[in-house]
Each structure stands twice: as structure tokens, then as C-alpha cells.
Design a protein around this ligand. Structure first.
Ligand SMILES: O=c1ccn([C@@H]2O[C@H](COP(=O)(O)OP(=O)(O)O[C@H]3O[C@H](CO)[C@@H](O)[C@H](O)[C@H]3O)[C@@H](O)[C@H]2O)c(=O)[nH]1
Ligand SMILES: [Mn+2]
Length: 756
């Protein structure tokens, strides 16, 4: 549906995608048939085992491919026209908006970053009296509270400054470190810059000391607030609820007499014996606290590491939300996660272009994209049951249609808000299951979006050319694969639950949407084919075992065509071409890679980034996904439980420098590096032995595919070989990792030569 506020267009090449999908499906079926044929004719146990392994791998890869293809069947791009918004909707009818920001650890998520995000959102180009920003502090830290108090003071000059000068970069740190301020009066610019610098010094000072020194506490209410953190039993995992209203719209104005938005700090109650459900738990607390305080119909969720990069964003979201024709059952509008500070070729594939852009665009033509945890405008109503049947909350004040009439600092409201953030509040309620953000998976974002869509809510993906939000990326390999491991564990939670998208999702949302959601939960399963293809062909090659079809060169086929006239079609097809299955392999491998790289290019990325991305896919298969499996099994057995390990956002200068140079960072030993390094050693070894064998025996025909896989492995891992042997900087691979991996590689090869 197109209106004054938004339009859409189909992504070019969709018809080609569909034809290609059909041909590729036939090719996959032929391959599976081939494996079955080989299996039937297998005479030795070894051959049965290798063929079965290849069969399992290829079936999993086929499912992965099918789920990827589901995003290519009806991709849609949408445009918004926020400049028309005020023409269509009267300013006084703009809906109120509650903005949630989550932070969890002042040492991994520096308070200075948190307040930069907060300020960028407070400065939205939206009526301030309609906005309330709630910051959830799961770290329970006075450092974060102090930073936010400072931000509240600074906001009073920052907001009018942005408005008057029509600033685009409303995240102060970004604004002051860029040089896009030519047309701003120098004196005013300098004045604000000094205020920002002073604030930064104070906040960083306090963080460095680890406490707010008395010197910075200037009045009694502040003293009382900080005293709450200073009881003997207070710790981040054990403390009462702390709620501080830092700015109250009804009472505070900026220097021009414009009202300020509300700013509320919330640190929910924590208790060592209660489950807190990580971020989903924090967001549910905020949902309830905000319900009793402001209860805005629109809720934006935001991670503290993602600042706003475009002040028009709320209006863009409202272009859809305020238009009843856009989607009748609209539950949320999702903006993509985009990042600042990626190195040129994005060595860790941190952009996650497929996850955050290509796939949501693909779901746009269906019921809409998944929720990615940040940059998402929800209709509050979506958290209270499906569009047709509301699930009522326990008390009247939590209903999405409840109107708050009292100011947020009224005693009764504050008291109720404290009650809402208690850690036992959710006992015997439907929170986390039928109400609010959903529990049960470490990827609460994916799971919540999925459950909402299963209930019948639809969503919209809004991808403007200027990114709406920009976030931090992990800049070391261990952080990157650690993050992917957490996600993979979360996906396994869903895979092995009764909500598996292939079963539950396809029934609730239709086959293609179910497949789209299944794509993510298959991530960890991909480790199976990746591991098999990283070790099996190479070890087989080392032992002179050839497990793939023989090469059939094209010129040989041409030659055979001449024979066609002599010996007849059947004879040609079955007898003369060396092995037609070889051509099938060529088509499957190159077809998948070519399509994938084309998609990357289509969405504005580069071939180099694509190359790094596919490498990371293989690395994750050998580290994150594999370890996710192991840890998930431990969890099932009750040996250990996984927490939400917050990704570090602290910038180490030396590390950042290496990252900017595009070097892969290993640095300290991690068990997660071992399977990867072992695979690299075996691949290199197989390549060398393969070449020697090729030159001495000259039987390229048989070993070609295995040699190709080993050389692909070696070529792909070049930066890691560099980190192993050639680099001398602190980010090189630790000797310990290399030695352990060498031991593993020799044990594997030795063991195999014994068996084969
Ligand atoms: O107990 C917790 C743990 C985390 N967080 C917050 O959750 C956010 C995301 O954490 P981060 O360490 O940055 O994880 P990422 O892997 O970068 O986050 C991605 O993946 C998460 C799911 O694993 C989603 O929640 C995020 O929105 C998505 O950006 C941050 O704001 C944290 O402060 C909490 O509030 N409480
Ligand atoms: Mn993050």
C-alpha cells in the first residue's frame, strides 16, 4: 500500500532468484540421489562412514540453502517521507513515546557511551513533552547514575543547540569529533564544546576512581540517591530497586522555555536467588515501570551501544505506525543494526549484512522482519497478546490503554513503579510467556519477535539511506566469536523447544515465514557440515582415500560430443564423460558462492567484505557454533548454565590500531581457537601432500576435488597463518594455542592413518 508517507518497491532480480532457486533445488536433489547411489554401492565400512558424513553435511547445507532462499522470494524495500508527517498529522496529536535504553556493566559499557546514546535520543526531532527516556541499569552502578545526572544537566544546553542549528549528528561525541560545524557560530560552538569536555572529564574521573567522590555531590537529593548504593550488602547482583527521575518534563524547561523530555533511571531489584532473565527481564521491568509512569503507546528499545544517527527516525517509524493502511496488524517497525568504526574490509564480518539487512528486506514482502533487540519501535499493545485477543495484565495500571493522569514524581506513582521492578513481581504472572519480552532463549530479541509474529502481529523493516542508528562492533576475534556463541546458544534454545520454527512457526505463520525464522536457529547446526568439510576430505587425502567424483574437464566433454554421433546418446552420457557428478559439484559450489556475493554487492557492500564474511562463517562454524553445542549440552545436563556475557565496548588504543589495519586479533589463548587452528594445520598439510602426490603419481583426476577443498581452506585462512607464524605484534596467535593445535592435528591424523 503506498501513501503520502511511504512507498515501496521490489528488489531487482527477484524473478531470476526464483528461477535460480528452482534449478538449484533440482541440483541439490540430484546430489542427495548421488549420495544414496554411492551408499548403496559401498562395500567397505570406511566408504559407508564417509558417504554418510557427506550425506548428512549436504542435507544440512541444503536446509541452510532453502532457508536462505526463503528471503529471496519476495524482497521489498520501503521509503518514508517524514517531511510529510506534519502535513498529515497535527503536531499536538503526535503519539507519546517511551524510549528504553539498556546497560549492564559500567566497566564493559563505559558510562560515557551510555550518556552519548541517551543524549542522541533525547535530542530527537520530536515534541520533547511527548518523550520519556528510561535507562535500565543492570549493573546497579552509581557510576552510571552519576553519568546520567551529568547528561541531564548537559541536555539543557545540548537539545536547544541541536534544534536551533538543525544539527544532524546529535550524539555529542560524534558531533565534536567531526568537522561538520562550519555554519555554526564559533562562540556558541566553543561554549558547548567546553561544557561537553568538562562533563566528560568528570564522568571519566569518577569511572576511573570507581566511585562518586563527595566533591561531585552538590545537593541533598543527590546525596540520598548515592547513599542507596552504599549499604554493606549492596552489590550488582543483590540490591533493592533504585528509581531516580532525573528530568521531569512537566517541571523542567531548557533555556528557551521549551519543555525537556522525561529522563528516568531504573535499576531493578536484584537478588542472588532469583532468575533475572537478563535483558528480557530488564526490558519487562521497564515496560511495567513506564506503564505506571507514562504509558506511551509507542515503545522504542535501544542498546546503550547504539546511538541515534538521524533525528528524523521517530517520524519515519510513525509514517507506518500512524497509517492504518500500512499494515493492519502492525506490531513493530524495525530499523537495521548498522555500525560505526568497522575496518575497511570488515575483517570479522561484524556488519552482519545478511542478518541485519538482506534477510529483513527479504521478510518485508512477507509478514515483516524479525526483531533485532535495538532500533525497534513497538506498539505497546503488541506486548499484551495477539492483535485480536488481548491478554490482560494483572493490574489496571499496566493495561496499554490506561491513561496516566498524575505527574511521574507523584509519591503513589513512584511507589508503584518501585513495586513493578521488584524481582519477585513476575512470580505467578504471565510476564515473559504471554506478556512482554519473552523468556526462554539467550536471543530474547529473535525469540520475542518470533513469538509476536506467531501471535499474528506483523512488522515493517525501515532502512533509510542515512542509518537511523550506529553501534559498536567487537574488535577482537575472541569477542566476535564469543558474541556469535551466545547467539548460537540462544538459537539452540529455540531449536530444541516446542517452538522450533520448522514445526511451530510454519504452522502459525505459513511455510515461507517459518523457513525464514528457521534460518537463524540453524546457525549452530551449520557447524556439523563445516567441521566435516574442514577435516574429512583432507584427512582422507592424506591417507590416499578419494571420496569425491573424478574430475571431468570441459574439453573432454567436447571431445565426447563428437563421439556422440558414433556411439549414441546413452553411450555418451553414461560411459564416455568421466564423471558427470563432478559437474554437479562445480555448479553447486560456484552457484552458491556467486549468488551470495552478488547479494552482498546488491546491498551496497564490497567483494572483499563478502570474502571476509564467508571466512567468518567458516570460523564461527569451527568455534562459536561448535562450542555453543558443547555448552548447550552442559546446560541440558545441568553441569553449567550460560549467562548473558555482555560484549565489551571498551576501546584499547593498541587493539583499535591493529583492528584498523585489518589484522586479526588473537592475543590471548582461548580454547575456541583450537579446532580452527587444528583445521588450518591439517588443511595445509593435506595441500602439501596432495601436491606432492599429484606431481609424483600424476593422478589429478581422482584427487582434484579434495585438493581443491584443501587449497580453498588454506587460501581462505591466509590471515590466520600470518597470525600464527609471520606476525610479531601482541595480537598474534599465542604459542600455547599453536602447540595444543599441533598436538590435536597429529593425534587426528595419526588416529586416522591407523583406521584407514
Ligand atoms: O543482563 C543483561 C545483559 C545485557 N543487557 C543489555 O543488552 C544489550 C545487548 O548486549 P551486548 O553485550 O551489546 O550484546 P550484543 O550481542 O551486541 O547484542 C545483540 O544481541 C542481543 C541478544 O543476544 C540483543 O539483545 C541485542 O539487542 C543485540 O544487539 C546491552 O545494551 C546490554 O546492556 C542487559 O540489559 N542486561
Ligand atoms: Mn551490542
Amino acid at each position: 500500500m503506498e501513501t503520502l508517507l511511504h512507498t515501496y518497491n521490489h528488489v531487482p532480480g527477484t524473478s531470476f532468484n526464483r528461477i535460480f532457486a528452482f534449478i538449484y533445488t533440482c541440483a541439490i536433489l540430484a546430489l542427495i540421489y548421488h549420495h544414496f547411489l554411492t551408499l548403496r554401492h559401498s562395500t567397505t565400512i570406511i566408504s559407508v562412514v564417509t558417504t554418510t558424513s557427506l550425506l548428512i553435511s549436504d542435507v544440512i547445507l541444503a536446509v541452510a540453502w532453502a532457508t536462505t532462499t526463503s528471503f529471496r522470494l519476495r524482497p521489498v524495500l520501503r521509503n518514508t517521507y517524514p517531511e510529510n508527517f506534519e502535513k498529515v498529522i497535527n503536531k499536538k496529536d503526535f503519539p507519546a513515546m517511551d524510549i528504553f535504553i539498556c546497560t549492564a556493566d559500567p566497566y564493559k559499557e563505559p558510562p560515557m557511551n551510555v550518556i552519548n546514546t541517551t543524549l542522541s535520543l533525547l535530542a530527537y526531532d520530536y515534541p520533547p513533552e511527548k518523550m520519556s527516556v528510561y535507562v535500565s541499569d543492570d549493573g546497579g552502578s552509581e557510576l552510571t547514575l552519576f553519568a546520567l545526572m551529568e547528561a541531564a544537566k548537559f541536555a539543557k544546553i545540548w537539545l536547544p543547540f541541536c534544534r536551533e542549528n538543525n544539527i544532524l549528528d546529535r550524539c555529542p561525541e560524534v558531533y565534536f569529533s567531526s568537522n561538520r560545524h562550519e555554519c555554526i557560530e564559533l562562540e556558541i560552538h566553543e561554549e558547548i564544546k567546553v561544557a561537553y569536555k568538562n562533563m566528560k572529564t568528570r564522568v571519566e574521573n569518577v569511572v576511573e576512581r570507581g566511585e562518586v567522590c563527595p566533591y561531585y555531590i552538590t545537593n541533598e537529593p543527590q546525596r540520598q540517591a548515592f547513599n542507596k548504593y552504599r549499604t554493606t550488602e549492596f552489590s550488582r547482583t543483590n540490591h533493592p530497586t533504585i528509581i531516580q527521575v532525573l528530568m521531569e518534563s512537566a517541571k523542567e524547561n531548557d533555556k528557551n522555555g521549551q519543555p525537556m523530555p522525561n529522563l528516568v533511571y531504573v535499576s531493578r531489584e536484584k537478588n542472588k536467588n532469583t532468575l533475572h532473565n537478563f535483558k528480557a527481564g530488564a526490558l519487562n521491568s521497564l515496560l511495567r515501570v513506564s506503564s505506571v509512569m507514562t504509558n506511551a503507546p509507542i515503545v522504542l528499545t535501544q542498546d546503550c551501544d547504539m546511538y541515534s544517527n538521524d533525528p528524523q527516525t521517530p517520524k519515519r517509524a510513525l509514517c507506518f505506525i500512524s497509517d492504518p493502511l500500512a499494515r493492519p496488524k502492525l506490531g513493530y517497525v524495525q530499523f537495521p543494526q548498522r555500525y560505526h568504526g568497522l575496518n575497511k574490509d570488515d575483517i570479522y564480518g561484524g556488519e552482519f549484512l545478511r542478518l541485519f539487512v538482506v534477510n529483513p528486506v527479504g521478510m518485508s514482502g512477507l509478514q515483516g522482519p524479525h526483531y533485532v533487540g535495538t532500533g525497534c519501535f513497538f506498539l505497546r499493545r503488541a506486548f499484551f497478546g495477539g492483535p485480536l485477543l488481548m491478554v490482560p495484565p494483572e493490574i489496571q495500571e499496566l493495561r496499554p490503554d490506561h491513561v496516566v493522569e498524575k505527574p511521574i514524581t507523584t509519591e503513589s506513582i513512584i511507589k508503584l513503579a518501585h513495586h513493578m521492578a521488584r524481582c519477585d513481581y513476575e512470580n505467578n504472572t504471565k510476564w515473559g510467556f504471554q506478556l512482554g519480552f519473552r523468556y526462554g532463549s539467550l536471543v530474547e530479541d529473535y525469540f520475542t519477535g518470533y513469538k509476536l509474529q506467531c501471535e499474528g502481529w506483523e512488522s515493517i523493516f525501515c532502512h533509510p539511506s542515512r542509518s537511523a542508528f550506529l553501534g559498536d562492533v567487537p574488535i577482537s576475534l575472541v569477542d566476535a566469536i564469543g558474541q556469535a556463541k551466545r547467539w548460537a546458544i540462544g538459537h539452540l534454545d529455540v531449536f530444541f523447544s516446542k517452538y522450533n520454527p520448522l514445526v511451530f512457526g510454519t504452522r502459525r505463520m505459513g511455510f515461507v515465514m517459518g523457513l525464514c525464522y528457521a534460518h537463524n536457529v540453524f546457525w549452530p547446526i551449520w557447524s556439523i557440515p563445516i567441521i566435516i568439510y574442514s577435516f574429512l576430505p583432507q584427512i582422507a587425502l592424506l591417507n590416499g582415500l578419494y571420496i569425491f567424483p573424478k574430475v571431468s574437464f570441459f574439453f573432454k566433454t567436447l571431445y565426447d560430443i563428437k563421439l556422440l554421433y558414433i556411439s549414441g546418446f546413452i553411450n555418451f552420457f553414461w560411459l564416455k564423460v568421466t564423471d558427470p557428478w563432478f559437474s554437479l559439484y562445480v555448479f553447486l559450489i560456484f552457484g552458491a558462492y556467486a549468488k551470495d556475493s552478488y547479494d552482498f554487492k546488491l546491498f551496497g557492500s564490497t567483494y572483499k567484505r563478502w570474502w571476509n564474511d564467508q571466512r567468518m562463517w567458516l570460523i564461527r562454524g569451527l568455534s562459536s557454533y561448535l562450542f555453543a553445542f558443547v555448552e548447550y549440552t552442559f546446560k541440558l545436563l545441568g553441569i553449567a548454565t550460560q549467562g548473558f556475557n555482555v560484549t565489551s565496548k571498551v576501546q584499547d588504543d593498541e587493539l583499535s590500531k591493529r583492528y584498523d589495519q585489518g589484522l586479526m586479533e588473537f592475543g590471548v589463548h582461548s580454547l575456541m581457537f583450537v579446532p580452527l587452528t587444528t583445521a588450518l594445520i591439517i588443511n595445509l598439510f593435506a595441500l602439501v601432500i596432495g601436491i606432492i602426490r599429484m606431481l609424483t603419481v600424476w593422478n589429478l583426476e581422482k584427487l582434484f576435488v579434495q585438493l581443491f577443498i584443501a587449497s580453498f581452506g588454506v587460501l581462505n585462512s591466509w590471515p590466520i597463518y600470518e597470525a600464527m607464524v609471520m606476525r610479531r605484534d601482541r595480537g598474534r596467535m599465542p604459542i600455547k594455542t599453536i602447540i595444543i593445535s599441533l598436538c590435536c592435528a597429529s593425534t587426528l591424523c595419526g588416529g586416522a592413518s591407523f583406521v584407514l
